[in-house]
Ligand binder design. Sequence first.
Ligand code: ADP
Ligand code: MG
Length: 202
Amino acid sequence: MSDIDKNVGPTVEAVAQAIIAHADELTELDSAIGDGDHGHNMKRGMQAVLDDLDALAAKPWNEALKAAGMQLVMKVGGASGPLYGTLFMTLGKTLDTPPTRAGLAAAFEAAIEALMARGKAHAGQKTMLDVLVPAAAALKEGKGAAEIAAVAATACAQTRDMLATKGRASFLGERSIGHIDPGARSTQIIIEAIAARSGDVK
Ligand code: ADP
Ligand code: MG
């Protein structure tokens, strides 16, 4: 295992704990424009990842991401489970090991494309893609971790004024406007947790 791969365990743990700590908030957001299960769904998936942490931490980044993605597919459920699963599994499949910054940007792009194909969606529809796409662009442009986290935070806040045209929130039509998208918020939380650790991960 390379030195950089020693960060897999602590980073995965930080991401899982951040989601679990915000589960109630995610459920509240999903109660406003969905069916109120997003926090519970994500918490169940991230708990499974934590239960598997020792095995994950022994793997290189690419294998660990694939394994985490499979846990999310199996445990999260809802619309977001297969989507997050696709994101992490494709990241794992595409990432070089040990990861480089250019490799990470390319893998993130491939993972977002796979997610878009899976969900038949694109940015602008009030989903997690409205955070993922600008964050990936910031990464590709060479922005630092704090800047990428700031881009994700702004993008998440901007979902409040958007009209949902994909997923359960789209059933509400105009009434989806005025609420932050729960998947956009969970994505932002994940990006923030990774960015906070990036001093070690670089
Ligand atoms: P469900 O909508 O089945 O209850 P969740 O509540 O777990 O699933 O997840 C809802 C989130 O999933 C939404 O807030 C949105 O960000 C995301 N989402 C839903 N459908 C899509 C899609 N087709 N593409 C991308 N993201 C989507
Ligand atoms: Mg839901």
